[in-house]
Design a binder for this molecule. Structure first.
Ligand code: SAH
Length: 202
């Protein structure tokens, strides 16, 4: 998976590649799809949601530019696969999921894998996690109509937010750096995520 889908398409950050070699993706898929866990595609998960394509996980993570000492906020825990990658690469991960069954399953698997640097909550992630802010990096794994203002507020100066922005049908992956209190946006690949629902979402 890492050689043929991720390195060939240009992901170079060695720490990201190592994390993707280490985390067992088949533990995060529904049991009947475990055989496809390392395929080049997004997979359906419980509650009509999706587990992002491995390449998309790699690109989004690389764009965050994690060095290891960050507090990261993730919106859309889903299966918890992306959460595990972030937990490998940052000091602490705060992850928010609106669907409690998904959060429960992710918490269980990530606990069994031995991660102790992840905080979980169930709720509307478009409001962020004010009590734990500021975050040096924020990752949104669902499609947003715009960058939710609370997330921008909770991003530390110099930090990066990575988020798919567009319509419900298709989006552009945006990386925004907070520089002198302003968001400097950079456009990346086109993508199609499930919608971010909530106060500042769809
Ligand atoms: N990154 C995960 C999930 C991607 S699917 C994975 O690869 O498995 C996007 C997830 O975002 C879904 O689980 C959906 O329920 C969740 N979501 C959508 N809107 C949300 C919101 N406002 N707050 C938190 N989670 C949300």
């Amino acid at each position: 998976m890492v050689d043929t889908q991720i390195i060939t398409r240009g992901v170079r950050d060695k720490r990201v590649l190592d994390a993707m070699l280490k985390v067992p993706r088949h533990l995060f898929t529904p049991d009947d799809l475990a055989g496809m866990a390392y395929s080049d595609m997004a997979l359906p998960s419980a509650e009509d949601q999706t587990i992002s394509q491995p390449y998309m996980v790699a690109v989004m993570t690389e764009l965050l530019e994690l060095k290891g000492d960050e507090k990261v906020l993730e919106i859309g825990t889903g299966s918890g696969y992306q959460t595990a990658i972030l937990a490998e690469l940052a000091a602490r991960v705060y992850t928010i999921e609106r669907l409690s069954p998904l959060a429960g399953m992710a918490k269980k698997i990530l606990g069994e894998l031995g991660y102790t640097n992840i905080d979980f909550t169930v709720g509307d992630g478009t409001r962020g996690w004010p009590d734990a802010a500021p975050f040096q990096a924020i990752l949104v794994t669902a499609a947003a109509p715009k960058v939710p203002p609370p997330l921008f507020e909770q991003l530390a100066e110099g930090g990066n937010i990575v988020i798919p922005v567009g319509s419900k049908a298709s989006q552009r992956l945006i990386k925004g750096k907070k520089h002198k209190g302003k968001l400097i946006p950079e456009e990346h690949t086109f993508c199609a995520f499930v919608p971010l629902l909530g106060e500042y979402g769809f």
